[in-house]
Design a protein around this ligand. Structure first.
Ligand SMILES: [Zn+2]
Length: 215
């Protein structure tokens, strides 16, 4: 007699397993429902660009896009600081134009140089294509000079130097005197985005900074 109770108990357990415990949304039986929950869903993994949101199906292609191709990825300048010419008098100065924010923005580079000169270069001031301007480095002697605006920017500055900067040649114009020896400061690639050097009452030393990522 006792074994019938076991059969009954067993039957109740089976009943609950099959029907009562099933929280089926679609009136599925337990096992069907179980199967539908464990079956892998055919969902493709996608990779969105963190800058523009474009969707890619491969992480390799996404990485290439984010590193090299995305127009609005943050711009990374490739800075090259060229050697300087002149002497060691005066105090250090340095100025670099701000960089463009993304690769989609306009490049920012030096597009005008002004200053004062006589037999030597007394002072220098540079202008960036985005409207930024450096301080005037040097003294107040000499006469004003102006390279005029260079639309495509500068890739080199020539001149003469000895203990100080004697002459600057910019945009086919010459400012200063004929002392010292010739020098040529040329970006390997790219454009001039900054200057550095030493100055006091005159321009003692001058070097340039290029961004070789600017075409
Ligand atoms: Zn993108």
């Amino acid at each position: 007699m006792k074994q019938y109770y076991y059969y009954l108990l067993f039957a109740i357990v089976i009943y609950f397993l099959l029907f009562a415990k099933c929280n089926c949304d679609d009136n599925l039986f337990f096992f069907e429902n179980f199967a539908s929950k464990t079956k892998p869903k055919p969902k493709k993994k996608t990779y969105p660009c963190k800058y523009c949101g474009e969707i890619f199906e491969s992480k390799i292609i996404l990485n290439k896009h984010e590193k090299e191709e995305c127009d609005i990825r943050p711009y990374k300048p490739k800075i090259e600081k060229l050697k300087s010419y002149g002497g060691d008098g005066g105090n250090d100065f340095t100025f670099t134009c701000p960089s463009q924010k993304t690769y989609d923005d306009d490049s920012i580079y030096i597009n005008k140089i002004t200053g004062k000169s006589g037999t030597e270069v007394d002072s220098i001031q540079v202008y960036c294509s985005n409207g930024s301007t450096s301080k005037k480095f040097g003294g107040d002697g000499g006469n004003e000079f102006d390279s005029g605006e260079i639309d495509d920017g500068l890739t080199y500055i020539e001149g003469r130097s000895g203990g100080r900067i004697d002459k600057l040649k910019v945009n086919d114009k010459e400012f200063g005197g004929n002392g010292g020896n010739e020098f040529n400061l040329s970006c390997t690639k790219g454009k001039i985005v900054g200057i550095y050097g030493k100055s006091g009452a005159r321009l003692d030393k001058l070097g340039i900074v290029c961004d070789n990522n600017i075409e």
